[in-house]
Design a protein around this ligand. Sequence first.
Ligand SMILES: [Zn+2]
Length: 186
Amino acid sequence: MLLDSNGWFDGIRHCPSPNFNARPSAEISLLVIHNISLPPGQFGTGQVQALFENRLDPTAHPYFAGIADLRVSAHFLIERDGGIVQFVSCRDRAWHAGQSCFEGRENCNDFSLGIELEGTDTLPYSDAQYTALIGLSRRLLRAYPAIGANRIRGHSDIAPGRKTDPGPAFDWPRLLEGLRERGEPS
Ligand SMILES: [Zn+2]
């Protein structure tokens, strides 16, 4: 898994999303962790990919009617089996954070990368997801040293009162301990 000069990792699935634009500056200094599942609580449906590619069928499920017109994306999705999908180049601005603020600075999409974990706020994430998240995060922090392990936040941290993900199910110490391990990312 290597990051190429265009901001895409090799060795993972690419599902390019049209929902991105240019960053106002090249700075990338924040990593945002999210969760998503479509329909909520159902996994492996392929519908997250459909949402990020603007092809979600609003009639396929009652929940979809309210979100099918959203224009959203994240750089990465980590599925329950640990599979990683990339939707947007790291160099570009994905549309994952919405109205948000980090250390007094608004519009976190401008300077962040977004990782979605397939899941819910309350169901434990899988071991495979932690392994994949730690490996991906280590590579991202190495490629973008301005992020730093102290600049990883949940969506709920940068949009409090509006967002709750990744929720109490997310084991922050497990991620941060994984980032402290020595050696090359597995
Ligand atoms: Zn989120």
